[in-house]
Design a binder for this molecule. Sequence first.
Ligand code: NOJ
Length: 540
Amino acid sequence: MENNKKWWQNAVVYQIYPRSFQDSNGDGIGDLNGIIQRLDYLEDLGINAIWLSPVCKSPQDDNGYDISDYQDIDPMFGSLDDMERLIAEAKKRNIRIMMDLVLNHSSDEHRWFLEAKKSKDNPYHDYYVWRDGKEGELPNDMRACFGGPAWEWVPELGQYYFHQFSVKQPDLNWENPKLRREIYDMILWWMDKGASGFRLDVIDQIAKEPDQKITCNGPRLHEFLRELSKETFRKGDLITVGEAWGSNTELAKLYSNPDGSEFSMVFQFEHIGLDQQEGKEKWDLAPLPFLKLKEILGRWQQALYGCGWNSLFWNNHDLPRIVSRWGNDGEYRVESAKMMGTLLHGMQGTPYIYQGEELGMTNVKYDIEEYRDIETCNMYKERIAAGYDKEDVMKSIYAKSRDNARTPMQWDSSENAGFTTGTPWIKVNPNYTTINAASQVNDPDSIFSYYKKLVHLRKEYAVFVDGRFTMLLPEDENIFAYTRENEDSKLVVVCNFFDKMLPMPLKEEVEGMELLLGNYGEAMEAEILQPYEARMYLKK
Ligand code: NOJ
């Protein structure tokens, strides 16, 4: 298929959470050599790029999102040589590697912070965000994302430092041009090593103004991003995606401006916050307002058409598994996993598949001692201390804990799901004996084979990449349907989002069109949409 789009607009990205993907040395933690062993699997799936969650040197307070050396690999994952080998081996299979850049904060064990803490005159002191004060009298009442105050006292200096995440993740001060230069040089070094792109962690939080309690979308944010892009990414043909919880469609047009002045695209989360009570935390559960989901996704499709670019995702390492969240991880696991895939991959944007999504991996229910995630563990302690009912707290954890996505990849039905020969750092989901890659790769009806088709269709038909989106049946409370149209062809996607039988609407709309893909195979009945049924029709 030929079109005038950039390579990353035609691409499908696969996210790997390295510590949970494949262990190669029996220490119970996934590593780079493990990823190399599994590249053939990824090539078979057909993806074009891998986004690697952080593998740089880190004390692992937040599983690598606390980096102590941006230019070295954490020994638990391997070495720089392994990284170079991974890049080369992936390249042989036409797969590019995207690194995860954590630029809002470093680890408190980074040499910059160790220096910064020595004295106020140290040249690195200003790489971080400090406020004078007195012990016990915090500069203000800002809270950190993982609980507790956003300020930490350093008695030797008589100052507080600012941290939006854990105490071990001090915020970097982007106002300092020397810091920015060091960051650019580091990125250029990775580009030189062969990185083909980057995902930028909480990038809309870098331009903070703590005195005004501004964390997201600070006044200098886009100025910083344009400089960052000019000094680094624009020197190569890269894919870049910013994580931007505070984005809206207007901001996304800046971030993903086709002139390349900032990024290729952003991850936006407007739909992701839908199943929580308004104004509360993600743990405060609420049913999914389906019409709102349609409204949001449809609006993003319309707003960025021709003047920006969407990312498409249901999952990542911070989010629960989509089949358990908005699909059905019981009777209709297979159908709903395929339906969610159809809905997403038919839209305009670059799709991201999170490891195990292509197998329909599900959430877990563990005892509290078995959770590893700092956010989950801190929240549990805070809420229990505040008098919440334990059962309710556990219910929230089952629904939303980040560990739902972080259990080891389920490769086969052997011990520990083929992930490790040692003791896994986090327990394997007990359902690995039935849900695993080995049982799916050669089964034409599996979720894996279905995802493979979705990935290939996007490469075969330009309309997947450039077709204009129109929502159909916007008021329908059960069905998510839309069209994509370009000059030559038209695609119609119809998805029953629930576990009930429905009469098939849109019969005229799809008349004379070819059924490209459906998740009921031979069992499909033209007049009825079965539970979680999904269909894609094409007119050439
Ligand atoms: C977002 C990352 O995705 C998450 O895993 C991490 O904890 C925070 N940023 C802090 O870096």
